[in-house]
Design a protein around this ligand. Sequence first.
Ligand SMILES: Cc1ncc(COP(=O)(O)O)c(C=O)c1O
Length: 449
Amino acid sequence: MNEYTIPLSERELPREWYNIQADLPFEVPRPVHPLTHMPLKKEDLRPLFPDVLIDQEFTGKKWVRIPAPVRDAYRLWRPTPLKRARRLEKQLKTTCRIYYKDESVSPTGSHKTNTAVAQAYFNMRQGVKRLTTETGAGQWGAALSFACNVFSLKCRVFMVKVSFHQKPFRKSLMHIWGSEVFPSPSHLTASGRKILQADPHCQGSLGMAISEAVEEAVHHRATKYSLGSVLNHVLLHQTVIGMEAKKQLKRAGETPDYLIGCVGGGSNFGGFVFPFLAEVLRKKKIRVIATEPTACPTLTKGLYKYDFGDTSCLTPLIKMYTLGHGFVPPGIHSGGLRYHGCSSLVSALRSHKIIEARAFHQTAVFKAAVLFAKTEGIVPAPESAHAVKAAVDVARKEKNKTIVFNLSGHGFLDLSSYDKFLKGELKDFAYPVSKIKKALKEVPASENG
Ligand SMILES: Cc1ncc(COP(=O)(O)O)c(C=O)c1O
């Protein structure tokens, strides 16, 4: 049968998250405390996260049970469909088969809800009353707002200023679910005030917004901090994507030749590809491609070094690909991919050459996104469109391959960016190497030898 959709039933929703660390043939470098510069201990994270999430951050266990209330919340939109992009294939005149895992069907339109409901649940269980967080394009802020509403927590979101103005409707979503939203940098925190003093017109960055959200959590009791990407426990929660996709591909009688995902902090990519990687490590020939913008080329131009996760040097140092914690990317339209660093797990896989990385200009990305919208009917989020672009490129070049990518979200709240693209107003940025070199000078030397 010429199926378009390979569904799973609710009963087939995964019961466990998968921890790739149990299968890696190497140790992933441990994070380091920002003040003592000693390996990070569980106690160091207690002011920020509830105990269960800290345990998950450090665990070497291969499988972590998904609690029933989290599975119950997942059932609002999961399992998500795996779709065959037959019309795109036809348009490209390719002999390749293109599949995509459709995470855009979640209540907030992206994969971010997969970890948001888990994090809100574990915080609620420990008696936490309020969460603070940062958001770029607003996808994460909306997802956490949704999840806090499910588990009756308050939520304060620091939204990167450029996106706060570019993407007003995600702010509306956050308000609907009862969150407070402030443009970052703001006058609410010491780190925000310091940044604004140096540059009153600062457009913000994820690193800055993280500083503000962390500062708030540290200074208020019964408030904890929640991060939408980068950390091990976040990627762990996202593995529901890959676990479902694996089952669906098997049902379709396919084995993937290419797996593709976009990378901001690495969570949708990690969540999608990790469940397949045990096979890659057993020498199965799957090419795994991470995609990113040329304006924020962390995996393609960054250095693999210990660096801070935020601008004000409050977070632990993580060994990762980084453009330097002071890096402020241009205001491109993929707000969620404007992060200077990347998950240490994804970074370690890149440094061991288990995964590849490709960077694209935003006009090429929007061109592929419009082609996808015209053929498959879904308008991709600009972030997800980086994966679409790579899939289209591979399908044009290869013959008879199975290409699977993660459609991390839809772009219904990014239509102003599409308007600009259609009017020819979008500019391409390749972040100048000289500026990257300057930002990289701020990467601390002590841990990096
Ligand atoms: C739709 C979408 N895809 C991808 C990303 C990138 O984040 P991550 O690399 O953690 O998946 C974001 C971030 O906001 C996003 O909104």
